[in-house]
Ligand binder design. Structure first.
Ligand SMILES: Cc1cc2nc3c(=O)[nH]c(=O)nc-3n(C[C@H](O)[C@H](O)[C@H](O)COP(=O)(O)OP(=O)(O)OC[C@H]3O[C@@H](n4cnc5c(N)ncnc54)[C@H](O)[C@@H]3O)c2cc1C
Length: 826
């Protein structure tokens, strides 16, 4: 898969750097969206992603449903936020949780058999998906299997994806004042990524000359270079040679000097290169000082102070393993989040070298380290205790793997286990009895309330010594919820995110064409990452970044129309997420189109009829994505979040959310046949496209709100071609909608200025009394109730030859028919 090149300048649509799960997913999505991709990897394909063993989270998956596990993205979100100790970025967490089911389903569709689900530490339910062991008990590691499936998929794209293994990112080319054609943020003059500089790492001898740098020009760049947990190790290890100066200093030692001495579970490649480059290029960073110690790195009795350690997977504790000290006592709820368990071991555990069996162990520093390095790693540890039931639950083959490596030892009896640990037998018996009592009562003195397996003093045991290790770096590049990298820019006034509703950080602005995903990103996990969220973020945000990167490419975006027709052909669409945080009183359903190049070219005011399998009549929902602008995704608005109903008649009442479908499920979708007024909508569409200085009145709330949003997004996307004024007057009976729209317009003020005008007014009694100029609508109008408003407004608009659309308009049209008004409902 290595592509050797003689040239010093190459050219492609999208460069993806790093080939862990995030990079591979980004490359696949970008290629699927029509882009030519170069995937750069300094080491070997797979990164730390290939090492994952515990699982990938998904809330509301078909697998959970089949196993009778009730779960919802909201609960998952809550667990992730709690784990992040109030520091996690809520927008990113919401995207992660709401896209989790479809990420898992997507991997399943690629052949990853994620049909076993466990509850891991910090989760309120079982949602970590992994692969059951083979019939002969051999384990099937989730990370490696996922990477293999992604690599198979990459190969399907042939020469559309060029994989360059053995090349290291040296720099990102960022220019000023660029104007790419399409981007998740409507574009203001600013910074733009234009390619990367890389260098071959495969020169073998230390004294051979460094390979010449190679420049790749590209329309967009995705950074997926993972974290920096190995960044305090001797730089030359696994790095190849000739490390350039700006990549050499240890970021880890700089941001977390008190933790840098710990051993790591990571590969030696995890050195934070993109972050070091980002520091030079003014990219915004977040939470760099938050480093996750995994509580259970295996201590190898022959080499207890080694700088890298095998991970004792989370699922060991998830399946019921307990932790004890050298006195045989428990000291923590083993299913607590990682930071809590790690702290408990470091504070109340047993010094590594105090366990029996360390005599004659290798205690020297690793090659390239100074003399004191190994001694500094001699921190506290604990014994992990499992019985046969836990072993079977984890998978006998999995434990055998670690037994063969000498990391887990078996003890035929409790007495033998006690002897191996140098613990008094009676103490260990007391501990196990206490544990059983706690289990019988449903809660123990450490707050443990879930007891995955019973223990008895009569069991046979499996034991390991474990110690906290550097495992995951929560900090990294700042991105918005479209995976676009932000730059520190104190002079920036607004951050014009198209991703409506995303609160913006005034001093930061997105770098056009620069995206990041996976562990290289900061902020998603706050102070502590929840188990199973590492792979998940790589898949969710890797796909998102790849999709946007392709869309940002000026050259790769030839679109395909979605093959659905009014009243005719339907398409099967997968629900990616239900997002109920952006628009007040409204959930947004995001469906994946068949590929990232597909566009659902539904006109303004259009509706889509969804037919979930259990819904007799289907549900008709208004479209939120503006015509022709959004590739790869179709957004529909749902104006209710009531659950439970399974059979909804088509009616003006909003359909209950539960009726529509769960994330990950596939729904048949067709365009609604043209309705009364559709001709006018099409005409409005044409006028907006022609930019005739259209004025449009949207009686918002319900469908009108969808249309208002469609129009606003249309204007945001086409702001550079809209010459005249697209004026939207929104009348809403819902104050929150009104405020939302006003806030959004305000946020995007500098983009829309002079081209789009939003005036919003709500008739909500306690509402914001948003401002629609009296001159436009006449005094006294707003004292009326919703329908009357519509009627009066309709009359007025008819006089002014404006378009009117929205719920209740049909009544308005009837009421004003005598006056010959050109008013139609949509
Ligand atoms: C032992 C272990 C077990 C884990 N188990 C789980 C689990 O069960 N579930 C879970 O959710 N998470 C788990 N994680 C965490 C999870 O694996 C990571 O969060 C995730 O893999 C990060 O993916 P990534 O694609 O961002 O980075 P990685 O998979 O680490 O890939 C980054 C890639 O970028 C390359 N790279 C770095 N710098 C450069 C450069 N300058 N130029 C070119 N290439 C570069 C690296 O060589 C690497 O291949 C585990 C982590 C470890 C270490």
């Amino acid at each position: 898969m290595v592509a050797p090149h003689d040239e010093t300048h190459l050219d492609t649509h999208v460069v993806v750097v790093g080939s862990g799960a995030a990079g591979l997913c980004a490359a696949i999505e970008a290629a699927e969206s029509g882009a030519r991709v170069m995937l750069i990897e300094k080491h070997k394909i797979g990164g730390n992603s290939a090492k994952a063993t515990s699982g990938i989270n998904g809330a509301g998956t078909s697998v959970q449903r089949a196993l009778g596990i009730e779960d919802r993205p909201e609960a998952f979100m809550q667990d992730t936020l709690v784990s992040g100790e109030g520091m996690a970025d809520e927008q990113l967490v919401a995207r992660l949780a709401h896209s989790s089911a479809s990420a898992v389903e997507w991997l399943i569709s690629l052949g990853v058999n994620l049909t076993q689900v466990e509850r891991l530490g910090g989760h309120s339910t079982a949602r970590s998906h992994r692969i059951p062991p083979l019939p002969d008990g051999r384990p099937v590691p989730v990370g490696w299997t996922t990477i293999s499936a992604l690599v198979r998929k990459i190969k399907d794209f042939g020469d559309r994806i060029t994989v360059m293994e053995g090349y290291r990112l040296l720099d990102i080319i960022i220019s000023n004042d660029a104007q790419p054609s399409l981007s998740p943020s409507p574009h203001l003059p600013g910074h733009a990524a234009e390619g990367v500089v890389i260098q071959a790492t495969n020169t073998t001898a230390d004294d051979s000359p460094a390979a010449p740098p190679l420049t790749i020009h590209s329309d967009s760049v995705v950074l997926a270079t993972g974290g920096f947990s190995s960044d305090a190790l001797p730089q030359q290890q696994g790095q190849g040679d000739h490390l350039p100066g700006h990549l050499a200093p240890s970021l880890l030692k700089e941001v977390a000097p008190l933790l840098a001495h710990h051993a790591t579970t990571n590969g030696l490649f995890a050195t934070g290169d993109s972050l070091k480059i980002g520091q030079h290029r003014g990219l915004a960073m977040k939470h760099l000082e938050h480093i996750q110690l995994h509580p259970t790195g295996f201590v190898d009795l022959c080499d207890p102070l080694s700088s890298t350690k095998w991970l004792a997977p989370e699922m060991l504790r998830g399946c019921g393993a307990i932790l004890v000290t050298h006195t045989g006592e428990r000291f923590v709820n083993e299913l607590e989040k990682r930071s809590v368990v790690s702290d408990a071991i470091l504070q109340g555990g047993t010094p590594i070298l105090a366990w029996p069996g360390m005599e004659g162990a290798r205690l020297r520093p690793d090659s390239g380290e100074d003399e004191g390095a190994a001694a500094r790693r001699a921190s506290n540890s604990a014994a992990l205790l499992m019985n046969e039931a836990i072993r079977q639950r984890v998978g006998a083959g999995t434990l055998r793997f670690y037994e063969q490596k000498g990391l887990i030892r078996s003890a035929g009896s409790l007495r033998e286990a006690a002897a191996m640990l140098g613990v008094r037998e009676d103490r260990l018996i007391a501990t196990i009895k206490d544990y059983s009592n706690g289990m019988a009562q449903g809660k123990d003195s450490f707050g443990k309330s879930v007891f995955p397996a019973a223990l008895s003093p009569d069991d046979t045991f499996y034991i390991a010594i474990v110690t906290p290790c550097l495992h995951y770096t929560m900090g990294g590049l700042c991105v918005n919820s479209s995976a676009q990298v932000m730059r520190e820019e104190p002079s920036a006034v607004v951050d014009p995110l198209l991703d409506l509703g995303v609160p913006t950080q005034p001093p930061r602005r997105p770098v056009s064409g620069l995206f990041a995903a996976g562990e290289v990103v900061g902020g998603l996990h706050g102070a502590n990452r929840l188990a199973g969220n590492g792979l998940l973020e790589s898949v969710v945000f890797g796909r998102l970044a790849g999709n946007w990167a392709a869309r940002s490419s000026k050259r790769s975006s030839s679109t395909l129309p979605l093959p659905i027709h009014p009243g005719g052909e339907s398409a099967e669409l997968r629900l990616r997420e239900i997002d109920d945080r952006t628009i007040p009183g409204c959930a947004v359903l995001r469906f994946d189109l068949p590929s990232g190049r597909h566009v659902a070219n539904v006109g303004l005011g259009g509706r889509v009829l969804l037919k979930p399998p259990h819904c007799r009549n289907g549900v008709s929902l208004p479209v939120l994505t503006p015509p022709s602008s959004f590739t790869g995704v179709l957004e529909l608005a749902l104006f209710a979040t009531v659950d439970g109903d399974t059979d909804v008649e088509q009616s003006p009442r909003p359909p209950p959310l539960g009726c529509v479908c769960a994330p990950g499920s596939v729904v048949s979708a067709s365009l609604e046949p043209p309705q009364e007024g559709a001709g006018d909508m099409q005409r409005l569409d044409r006028m907006v496209r022609k930019d005739d200085g259209v004025k449009c009145v949207v009686a918002a709330g319900n469908d009108g709100l969808a249309l208002a949003l469609q129009l606003m997004r249309y204007a945001l996307h086409h702001h550079d071609t809209l010459r005249g004024m697209l004026q939207v007057i929104v009348i809403s009976a819902n104050c929150r909608c009104c405020q939302y729209l006003q806030k959004t317009a305000q946020q995007h003020r500098s983009v829309l200025e002079g081209r789009f005008q939003l005036q919003a007014k709500c008739s909500d009694e306690d509402g914001c009394h948003g401002d629609v100029p009296g001159a436009a609508v006449g005094d006294g109008l707003w004292e009326c109730d919703g329908l009357l408003e519509s009627v009066q407004l309709a009359k007025l608009m008819a006089q002014q030859r404006l378009f009117l659309c929205g719920v209740g308009v049909k009544d308005a049209a009837d009421a004003t028919a005598d006056e010959g008004a050109r008013i139609r409902g949509c």
